[in-house]
Ligand binder design. Structure first.
Ligand code: CUA
Length: 190
C-alpha cells in the first residue's frame, strides 16, 4: 500500500461531523442566551428583586416575645397610613389563617417561620416568597379590588404540606379603618 491513510479528522465523514457539531454548539448557546434574556425581561418587567435588607430572628424564641407573639399577629395600621400584616407560618398552618387588608393601601407583610421553610404566595398578586427559619420575610403589596385571595404554602414542608394554606380578604378601606379604630390588630378569623 503506497497511499497514506488520511488522519481520522481529515476524512469526509469527520468534516461533516465537525460541521454538524459546530451547528449544535451554536444552537445550544443561542438557547442559553434566549433563556437569559427571558429571565432578565421577566425580572425587570415584574420588578422582581432581592430584598434590600435582611432581618434575622431566633426561630426558637419567635412565640415567646417580640414582634411575632400571637397577640401581635394580624393587621395593624401604621402612623403613615400603611398597613403591616404580621404572620407566622408553621407546620401546618398560617396564623392568622385569614388576613384582613384594606383596598388602595400599601400593605407590608412581615412573616416568619419557627420550624422549616414554608412558601408565602398570594394568588392573583406577585407576592411570592419563602419563610426561612431565622429570617423575617418582608414583602409589599397593594390590592385595588375587594375580594379573597388564596394563600397556599408552596414549599414542601412535611406530611401536612398540602393542607397548609390561608387566605387574604380585601375589604373597603373605610370599613377597614372603622374596624381598626376598635381593635389594634385585625384578622378575619372567626
Ligand atoms: Cu408549609 Cu408547605
Amino acid at each position: 500500500m503506497s497511499e497514506e491513510t488520511p488522519a481520522i479528522h481529515e476524512t469526509p465523514g469527520a468534516r461533516v461531523a465537525a460541521r454538524v457539531e459546530r451547528r449544535w454548539v451554536m444552537l445550544s448557546l443561542f438557547i442559553v442566551a434566549l433563556f437569559v434574556v427571558v429571565a432578565a425581561f421577566a425580572g425587570i418587567h415584574q420588578a422582581a428583586m432581592p430584598q434590600a435588607r435582611v432581618e434575622t430572628i431566633s426561630p426558637a424564641r419567635l412565640h415567646l416575645g417580640g414582634e411575632f407573639v400571637e397577640t401581635n399577629l394580624g393587621s395593624a395600621v401604621e402612623p403613615d397610613g400603611s398597613v403591616t400584616v404580621r404572620v407566622v407560618g408553621q407546620q401546618y398552618s398560617f396564623t392568622p389563617q385569614c388576613m384582613l387588608v384594606p383596598t388602595d393601601t400599601l400593605i407590608t407583610f412581615r412573616a416568619a417561620s419557627p420550624d422549616v421553610i414554608h412558601g408565602f404566595l398570594i394568588e392573583g398578586t406577585n407576592v411570592n416568597t419563602m419563610l426561612v427559619p431565622g429570617y423575617v420575610s418582608v414583602i409589599a403589596a397593594r390590592f385595588d379590588e375587594p375580594g379573597e385571595h388564596l394563600m397556599p404554602c408552596h414549599e414542601f414542608c412535611g406530611v401536612g404540606h398540602e393542607g397548609m394554606w390561608a387566605k387574604v380578604k380585601v375589604i373597603d378601606k373605610a370599613e377597614f379603618l372603622k374596624m381598626a379604630d376598635l381593635k389594634p390588630r385585625l384578622s378575619c378569623v372567626e
